[in-house]
Design a protein around this ligand. Structure first.
Ligand code: IPE
Ligand code: IPE
Ligand code: MG
Length: 242
């Protein structure tokens, strides 16, 4: 990363759709799982970059609910990789003061993954630097449905009056209730879609799409995305005169 460039505004929360691992491998005549292995290396670099640059929250789309529909071998390869990644990196996360969290239907994950995930979450619970949120078995639509169910329960119990439901109340029932909305949404591999990621939360996030495939995404690319973000004018529907 070039140190001389100044960053006018650092996004508080960056969310990334880490896409293109499979294509990265296929281009090299390698099995897709090798693409995922190299994707895991890019995750490490990205966490390091965000921590260095003072980003407070980083949400990484690591595995969608729809990804369960991939061939069994790829799914089990990804799950083993997740387990290994957590096992091998937890100590370093603690050393870097990084807190790990996760969102999604986490009970869908194989038991050994859940064990490693809970260990990593517990081990990093006291860290107060960057918060990394892994989206695992995640679906934006299911998150909204889960939020509605949770709200209905609260209404039935008489804890909430349905007339009082507003965006703020609703947000408190999402998996992401502890985190601010993303400011910057990055997608690699050139695809221009959300793929069911954080449907509610990205309402006013700035989009940045790069053609780079995820295993090639490095700190320099992160910096480029942040520079582009700094040049954007966020209007939130308002008009700024003058
Ligand atoms: C992203 O890479 C990783 C996951 C979805 C788990 P892909 O596996 O989607 O790679 P492409 O899009 O097929 O290249
Ligand atoms: C989105 O990528 C999910 C993750 C990056 C984990 P996909 O590769 O699954 O999305 P589509 O199929 O291109 O929409
Ligand atoms: Mg993909």
């Amino acid at each position: 990363m070039s140190e001389h460039r100044s960053l006018p505004s650092v996004p508080r929360h960056i969310a990334i759709i880490m896409d293109g691992n499979g294509r990265w491998a296929v281009q090299r005549g390698l099995p897709r799982v090798v693409g995922h292995e190299n994707g895991a290396k890019a995750v490490r670099a990205c966490i390091e970059g965000c921590a260095e640059l003072g980003v407070q929250y980083l949400t990484l789309y690591a595995f969608s609910q729809e990804n369960w529909l991939r061939p069994k071998a790829e799914v089990s390869g990804l799950m083993s990789l997740l387990e290994k990644f957590l096992h091998e990196n937890t100590a370093e996360l603690v050393a870097k003061n990084v807190r790990l969290q996760a969102i999604g239907r986490l009970t869908d994950l194989p038991a050994p993954c859940q064990v490693q995930l809970n260990r990593a979450i517990e081990a990093t619970a006291g860290c107060n630097g960057l918060t990394v949120i892994l989206a695992l078995s995640y679906s934006g639509r299911l998150e909204l449905i889960d939020a509605i169910k949770s709200l209905l329960r609260e209404i039935e119990l008489g804890h909430i009056d349905k007339a009082m439901i507003d965006p703020e109340t609703f947000s408190k029932h999402l998996y992401t209730r502890y985190y601010p909305d993303p400011d910057l949404l990055i997608r690699t591999s050139g695809e221009m879609r959300l793929s069911n990621f954080l449907l509610w939360q990205v309402s006013y996030a700035e989009f940045y799409v790069t053609k780079k495939l995820w295993p090639d995404f490095c700190k320099e690319d992160l910096l480029e995305a942040m520079e582009e973000y700094s040049s954007r004018q966020r209007r939130y529907g308002a008009i700024h005169e003058g």
